[in-house]
Design a protein around this ligand. Sequence first.
Ligand code: NAI
Ligand code: PHE
Length: 361
Amino acid sequence: MEKPEHVHIEEPLEEWDGELSCVRHDRQTGAWLIVAVHSTVLGPAAGGTRAMHYPSPGHAAVDATRLAAAMTLKMAVAGLPMGGGKAVIALPRLKAALDDADWRRLLQLHAAVLERLHGTYWTGPDVGTGSEDMDVLRSATRYAFGASPPLGGPGSSAPATAAGVFAAIQAASTEAGLEGLDGRRVLVQGMGAVGSLVGELAADSGAQLLVTDVDPARCRSAIDRGARFVASADATRTECDVLVPCATGGLVDAAIARTVPCTVIAGAANNPLAGDRTADILAERGIVYAPDFVANAGGAIHLVGRQVLGWTADQVHDRTAAIGTTLQAIFADSRARGITADQAARDLAAGRLQPAGRVGS
Ligand code: NAI
Ligand code: PHE
């Protein structure tokens, strides 16, 4: 996410092309609850709830609106019958410093907002929320994906997301001519729920694993299994073959794109590129970039597949592995038309959003 000096909350909402935004302030905790419904053209909007501290409610609205738009693209490319949305709970302080009672209160308020939206938006886990939070939401609303299996839910989306990201890494590496990951340096930025699993898959395939996180403790178990630690400030200037962004968004801006010493960028982070020309700069330098909303769709495939479409684990596995095939087609289209892979993926999504047209736009 870009961090302009001052962002008034109305600015991102005015600029945005989404269908609906809903903002609630909780005076007791000081938190802001924002739901952004970008598109319901393909079905009810869906996307996770991100809970974190932002510099201002305006910054939270920037994140919510951009993330919701990315979900529209993700659902369209993955062929899922859902639209794009996102929720942000902008916390008054870091989540770790929030007491349990306040967090529970915020989840109850969030559930009440979801109920009032009557299924226009379905939520799920994202940065700062997990299955245990979805269990709490599910006790008050049915519009939540990803509750834990004992409560009848499909459980964490992280393993499927990681599997899809790994398929994306393989497809992008082939496109870059790397011929397999054996001995390649794979740098995972953000060793959380998804990044740690992607790291395991990369190491299992013979890659040399490099790991970084603003919370170095998250890297501990990978280091114990032989990974090399990289300080988070050095992540985008450390030589590697594949950079795997699995933290928050916006960590690769135009300046970094001009210098980042890697051959492939493929990861889970939503909206990892900041700025309009960043994908072009990467392409000009010959860096193969796997568009985030294609690479990280495994979680959406798992949640929507299991909970809405009644898919088996095998069907989810097959659809997630197919992310690699989708990327091959996107790379081929990008080469044939002389456009970036990011643009080719956006065009693919636009083609799927086109026929039904936009109601009320
Ligand atoms: P997480 O919260 O479990 O992990 C994120 C990790 O990134 C944390 O360990 C955090 O300390 C670290 N981090 C934050 N800022 C950092 C920075 N500047 N440099 C290095 N590390 C930093 O989140 P999760 O679930 O693993 O998601 C990671 C990314 O993937 C997010 O952008 C999320 O939106 C996206 N994503 C997640 C999906 C899922 O199924 N969990 C599905 C699709 C996308
Ligand atoms: N937050 C995850 C994503 O960005 C998982 C998710 C998908 C949550 C779909 C809700 C709905 O893909």
